[in-house]
Every structure is written in C-alpha cells, then in structure tokens.
Design a binder for this molecule. Sequence first.
Ligand code: DX5
Ligand code: ZN
Length: 228
Amino acid sequence: MPLAYKIAPSILSADFARLGEEVRNVENAGADLIHFDVMDGHFVPNLSFGIPVLEAVRKITALPLDVHLMIDDPQRYLEQFVKAGANSISVHAEVCQDIPLIAHHMHELGIRACVAINPETEPSRVLDAAHHLDMILVMSVHPGFGGQGFIPESIGKLEAIRRELKGKGLELDLEIDGGIKVDNIRQVAQGGANVFVSGSGIFGHNDYAEIIRRMRGQLKALEQEDKP
Ligand code: DX5
Ligand code: ZN
C-alpha cells in the first residue's frame, strides 16, 4: 500500500483574530491534518503560540493535530502538549540528545513520534533512529517564519532520505515544511514527501477549498504518471 498523501495547513499563517473559523474553514476545505507551529524565541528567533491555544483548537476540530515544536528542551513539554490534544509531535533533531528515548516517550504518551531536521542538518542522525519513528519532517525553509521561499536543495534531501528508508525496509511518513505551494507540491511528492505542510500557500488565498483541490490535482497527476 503506498503511503497516503496528506495536506496539512499551517495555522501560523491563519488570521489569529478568527482562528476557530479559519480552522473550520480548512477542515471543510479538505485538509487532512492541522499543522501547529510552536516557537520559543530561543531555538528559532520568533515566538508563536503554545498549549492554551492548542487546547482551544482541539475543541473545535476533529482533524489530527500535528504539533511542530521549534523549541529547546522539547521533552520537558511533551506531556502537556499531549494533554492539550496533540496527535503527533515533531521535535527537532538539533536539540535531541537521544532520539530513540524521546520517541519511546512519545509512544508511551500515545502519539505518533516524529523528528524534524533543519535545512543544514544532515539526515544521518534521524535516519539512524528511523525505526523508532512514525514520521520524519524535512524543513525546506529555515524555521521561524511563514511565507519564506522554498529551498530547492530540499528535493535532493527528500530523495536521499526516501532511498535510505527503502534500503532499511521502512515506510515512514515524510513531511515537508516550508514554501509549499500548488506549483511545487508535485515536485516534492516526486522527491518522496507524502505529508505537505502549507501555510501561506493556503491561507494566502481566499478560496481554501480551491487551493487544496488544486494541490490534490497535482498529486493525482503524479500518480497517473507513475502508473505503468
Ligand atoms: C516555519 C514553520 C512552517 C510555516 C510554513 O518555521 O515550521 O510550518 O508555517 O509556512 P509557509 O508554508 O508559508 O512556508
Ligand atoms: Zn512547521
């Protein structure tokens, strides 16, 4: 069974004054996950939102909440994010001493375990621990801000990771985050990504359903092309 394609709007680009409505709108528009970016002003040079906001979002959507922790010492907060409603959590490899240990902790808490890597981080650290994980997140921008341009080298990185995973007989979700739009989603899917985070690429438009439909259209076209 091929891995399912999943579209994950990042609410970092939503209108925070109308956050509930924005989440419902992307849910109705066909989103598969809600991507929730947490920033601490240390690991990344920006602050966003945290546990109380996640709790509020949990109450108004049935979609899985995909929490991306761009914070130092993520292990310290795992339990609180799970209690607040996270279904999967990504911690950054750059701030994790022991990836198998933190993945084990996430599984004990009943969520999917994911590790993220920055554009300058070599995939080897996360690949060595891949059999402990449910998903690997590849950053295709420098984390901290929405609306940045996609780093083209990310495609080669995705290809290398997908190849290594295949070599290990592992079929993990591979999530790509940063600068994903209708016009590059097909290329990143071809590179091996199957979970697509998009902030400004979705919330920057008026008609979310139309954008998500167009993204799925691109993925469908790739599937057709790949059929023998
Ligand atoms: C960046 C965040 C991303 C961000 C993506 O640090 O991790 O999830 O919201 O936004 P776009 O899609 O606008 O690059
Ligand atoms: Zn993110």
